[in-house]
Design a protein around this ligand. Sequence first.
Ligand SMILES: Nc1nc2c(ncn2[C@@H]2O[C@H](COP(=O)(O)OP(=O)(O)OP(=O)(O)O)[C@@H](O)[C@H]2O)c(=O)[nH]1
Ligand SMILES: [Zn+2]
Length: 194
Amino acid sequence: MMPQTINAKLPTQWGEFTIHALEKMPDGKEHIALSMGNIQSDPPVLVRIHSECLTGDAFASLRCDCGPQLEAALEKIATEGRGILVYLRQEGRGIGLVNKIKAYALQDQGQDTVEANINLGFKADQRDFTIAANILDILDVKKVRLMTNNPRKVSALETANIEVVERVPLKFGRNPHNEAYLLTKHGKLGHLLD
Ligand SMILES: Nc1nc2c(ncn2[C@@H]2O[C@H](COP(=O)(O)OP(=O)(O)OP(=O)(O)O)[C@@H](O)[C@H]2O)c(=O)[nH]1
Ligand SMILES: [Zn+2]
């Protein structure tokens, strides 16, 4: 089945975005992209690939850095007047919401974010970023400036023939509750954080 896109206006506190709802995607999930300005033209467009995190995005959880990263990305796009936020439905690095809460419970007992995933029978990170490349293809975007600290996102796009002309670090939302979590991302998952 061919993917389908439904577009509508989405006014936000940062300005007016277009919301693109994508259905009939290869993984069967309903993904979302928010765009602002003319995204197809030159120069390469500012892009954020954000993984769903209900606790951080909606409940302002301090266990991770997702909420502040989401807001900072939308604000940066709005400041440039041009860009795309791809919102991937890959909650909990792809293990799902309930499993992420199970991982949190193990972390409450002293495990780190990677050990908890492994003990639940998952890989440290179950996400597949090729779906983000599919979405950029559908939006007819070929060259991007990617806001991320995760080198895996850069290589996944390049493997899928989306050129990443620049990696823009996105370091927001550090707090005493997520200090250990960020250290583990840096030490075990390869995120470029200092
Ligand atoms: N399994 C699991 N997932 C988590 C945990 N904390 C946050 N997440 C999920 O991790 C995803 C965000 O990934 P991160 O590793 O924080 O960052 P990233 O997307 O790889 O990298 P950046 O582009 O630099 O933000 C979201 O889907 C969150 O729901 C956790 O302790 N366990
Ligand atoms: Zn989060």
